[in-house]
Ligand binder design. Structure first.
Ligand code: MCN
Ligand code: CUM
Length: 798
């Protein structure tokens, strides 16, 4: 499966049985998870630990006139009621967002979205804290809210951010990419143009474990330890130190087992800061754990993009230009979790898998009286929106020209020999073979059969229509490079620290933090592959800033592309030193020592029986190290990738649409992914299955909705519908392997691909069932009533 050329690819692996690259090693972490021995933040109990409950605003837009905590304080077991005034004393009333905005920790003056943090109660147990929170009396002067981005930009809209000196309206930023004039020229001269407006609705990552923290200030050591639900412990440590003024070496962030993140645990939230401030003031540990509705209503949401896409093409369907205009709802603060220099994330990649002459995108961001966020939920920084747009638009073009949607993709793919490829918006794709993935998916999906079946149903005026949707997406994952990508100024490299013990086993510490992706297994596999060790002899540690090397965290599927590379490089450094020790042990010259990936052993060139294993070398490193080497066997690598990686895939979805009820049934769901060289195919398949389920949730069910008064009407699991086993069809997965030429082990990320790639395939399928009658678009979530309305609109309902 490995490429033999192009860059520092690994030598061949042949399933040597030690748990290296490509082996389906069962997940090491599962033993503790399935035996109830996981250790999540809420499992942490410390002596004298107090509990924090947050008082939240029922209004979306209101000035706070008065807060009276006396009735709450009177309750037995209540230790403190905190308001912005208390935090102001410690300079903690506000905190910076990842996009350099300033967010209230507790509202100082004006509430800007429903359920915003207004006060906090600290009590001896959680129930008392809850009861007391209800007794905190807050007087509000209720203001008119605006929740819709378009209305927020109207002249008479209420001004949300009136505390900012230079903010006269709700406009945050304008952003553009590509070549406007060149694109316009292409459009002016094009034989065919198509246009479609589509919304990518507001979603929430909704991890099963909500956010929480246990903060523990130790006045003896002047040290703050915070156990918290964090996808990026080191970055959070730096921010914590900056916000609190506690020196960074006196801050320890521990992210223990995390029950799903999906992007929700990248930002800093007021709850963490309040817990830490309370612990500092009270000198006791303080726990804060969010409830489900608090999580959905206040923490980082995803998407909320209103997009208009346009394509210019020849009569044969050769795409020449792509144009896109977006209105982005960012909520009450600009708090998207993405590289600082990209106001619209990686939305730039909206030309997708296609070789186009010119492209232009413009985007406007707006404040509204809704929770802040925008980038989360299994997305590489807005690539999800970009992929949805282009894959939907290609279907719109195919219908306009009456060309098969598979065929029109084939005519436009970036050819496999054109890589590395620079896109019209200036992005450098590392490698790809899009046609191969599409061909494989078409075959697996029995595409021709379903096309015939579709026509048969139409001809027979059947009650149930068939629709076939395709998405041939390109992802971009693995931020850095540090020069282009940073979080709050910190360059996005990542790290690995590998220590081999005298008895031949090893501990690998990594700068990224798993939330369920299986890093304890896959990172051990990388080391097993590179050192000829057994996967069971390698322990992977993460999530504790006191022991792990500095890293930027897990999101944007960056763990494999960046920290995975660091792990491979650290292991190779160890291998280099091992050679010198092997030479000493075997009494040969170092130049004559060869490493054999197959056996995992070092031997003297031409004398394979004079060999030594890494276990024996490890002993030598501590007990008999040569004069030219330091004792010990370890290495650290901080890896700044030269480029990002561009995984891709082709998904084909066949649906049956009921003309009577608008219900959509999945007949077939095929996903062919290419993430370069694969570390653990079983873990990859798990990632794909989970991500496809989330793609189905996106397309069919999920939506954080608001009413005109700013009330969240989709803010709990009664109204924010997650997909369950009932809604999930049987997935048929396949893969192709196109290694990344610049990654040490040729791997690309994969964690987000299914959620990024599948929604347009699903919508394309539903549209496809009705396009013969004139349907060009159906908005997500495609609930039965939405679909039925469209059926009715085009005369297909019965
Ligand atoms: N992998 C592999 N071979 C490859 C690529 C990846 O075996 N060529 C493995 C990796 O080693 C890792 C897993 O697949 O164990 C995912 O790897 P990667 O694509 O590098 O993504 P990350 O580990 O950085 O995970 C982040 C990604 C994101 S951004 C979200 S959001 C998401 C996702 O992963 N959140 C998840 N998958 C999730 N899965 C679970 N269970 N929980 C989450 O919160
Ligand atoms: Cu955008 S969700 Mo993931 O990148 O943590």
């Amino acid at each position: 499966q490995h490429a033999d050329d192009g860059g520092p690819q690994p030598e061949k692996h042949c399933g040597h049985g030690r748990g290296g690259m490509g082996e389906e090693v069962t997940r090491k972490e599962d033993k503790r998870f399935i035996t109830g021995r996981g250790n999540y933040v809420d499992d942490i109990k410390k002596p004298g630990m107090l509990h924090c409950e947050i008082v939240r605003s029922p209004h979306a837009h209101a000035r706070i006139e008065d807060i009276d905590g006396s009735r709450a304080m009177a309750l037995d077991g209540v230790v403190a009621v905190l308001t912005a005034d208390d935090l102001l004393e410690h300079d903690l009333a506000t905190m910076p967002t990842l996009m350099d905005d300033t967010q209230d920790v507790l509202v100082n003056d004006k509430v800007k979205f429903q359920s915003q943090e207004v006060a906090a109660v600290i009590a001896e147990d959680r129930y008392t804290a809850k009861d007391a929170a209800e007794k905190v009396e807050v007087e509000y002067d209720v203001l008119e809210p605006v929740v819709d981005a378009e209305e927020a930009l109207e002249d008479d809209a209420p001004l949300i951010r009136d505390e900012l000196d230079d903010q006269e309206d709700n406009h945050i930023f304008d952003w553009e990419t590509g070549d406007k004039e060149a694109t316009q020229e292409v459009f002016d001269e094009a034989a065919v143009t198509v246009e479609e407006q589509m919304e990518y609705q507001r979603l929430h990552p909704a991890p099963i474990e909500t956010c929480g923290a246990v903060a523990d200030w130790d006045p003896g050591k002047d040290k703050m330890t915070v156990h918290m639900t964090s996808q990026a412990p080191h970055a959070h440590r730096t921010l914590f130190s900056q916000v609190s003024g506690i020196p960074e070496h006196k801050v320890r962030i521990v992210s223990p087992d995390v029950g799903g993140g999906f992007g929700n645990k990248v930002p800093i939230y007021p709850g963490y800061v309040v817990a830490a401030a309370a612990s500092y003031v009270l000198e006791q540990p303080v726990k804060w754990i969010e409830e489900r509705s608090e999580n959905i209503q206040t923490t980082g949401f995803a998407r909320d993009y209103d997009m208009t896409g346009e394509i210019a093409a020849t009569e044969d369907g050769v795409i020449q230009g792509v144009k896109v205009d977006v209105l982005a709802n960012h909520g009450a603060y600009n708090a998207a979790a993405q590289p600082s220099k990209f106001p619209a994330g990686f939305f730039n990649i909206f030309t997708g898998s296609y070789d186009v002459d010119a492209a232009y995108g413009s985007l406007t961001g707006a404040f509204t009286n809704t929770a802040p966020g925008g980038v989360a939920y299994r997305c590489s920084f807005r690539v999800t929106e970009a992929v949805y747009l282009i894959e939907r638009m290609v279907k719109v073009l195919a219908d306009e020209l009456d060309v098969d949607p598979a065929e029109i993709r084939r005519r436009n793919f970036i050819p496999s020999d054109a890589f590395p490829y620079e896109s019209a918006t200036g992005w450098n794709y590392d490698s790809g073979d899009y046609e191969k993935a599409l061909d494989k998916a078409l075959e697996m999906a029995d595409y021709e059969h379903y096309r015939e079946e579709q026509q048969r149903r139409i001809a027979e005026d059947a009650d149930k229509l068939i629709g076939i949707g395709i998405s041939s997406f390109t992802e971009v994952v693995g931020a850095g490079p540090g020069k282009q990508c940073d979080i709050a100024g910190i360059e996005m490299f990542d790290s690995a620290d590998l220590r081999v013990n005298p008895t031949g086993n090893a501990v690998l510490r990594i700068g990224v933090q798993t939330q369920g992706q299986g890093h304890e297994t896959t990172f051990a596999q990388i080391v097993a592959e590179e050192l000829g060790m057994d996967v069971d002899d390698i322990t992977v540690e993460h999530g504790d800033t006191d022991t792990e090397p500095y890293g930027l965290g897990t999101y944007g599927s960056r763990s494999t592309p960046v920290a995975g590379a660091a792990a491979a490089v650290a292991a190779r450094k160890v291998r280099d030193k091992a050679k010198s020790i092997a030479a000493n042990e075997l009494e040969a010259a170092e130049e004559d020592i060869e490493w054999d990936r197959e056996s995992g052993e070092f031997h003297v060139a031409g004398a394979p029986d004079r060999s030594i294993t890494i276990t024996e070398i490890a002993a030598g490193a501590y007990m008999n190290s040569p004069g030219n080497e330091e004792p010990g066997l370890e290495a650290v690598n901080y890896y700044d990738p030269p480029e990002m990686t561009y995984p891709f895939g082709s998904y084909i979805v066949v649906v049956e649409v009921d003309r009577e009820t608008g219900e959509v049934d999945f007949e077939k769901f095929v996903a062919v992914d290419d993430c370069g060289n694969r570390i653990n195919p079983m873990i990859i398949e798990g990632q794909i299955h989970g991500g496809l389920a989330q793609g189905i949730g996106t397309a069919m069910l999920e939506h954080v909705t608001y009413d005109d008064n700013g009330n969240v009407t989709g803010g709990d699991f009664m109204n924010y519908l997650l997909p369950t086993a009932n809604e999930i069809p049987n997935f048929e997965t396949g893969h192709t392997v196109t290694p990344s030429p610049h990654h040490p082990i040729g791997a690309k990320g994969v964690g987000e691909s299914p959620t990024v790639g599948s929604p347009p395939a699903i919508v394309n399928a539903v549209v496809d069932a009705m396009s013969h009658a004139g349907t060009s678009h159906v908005e997500m979530p495609m609930t039965p009533d939405t679909v039925w309305e469209e059926l009715d609109e085009v005369g297909l309902s019965i």
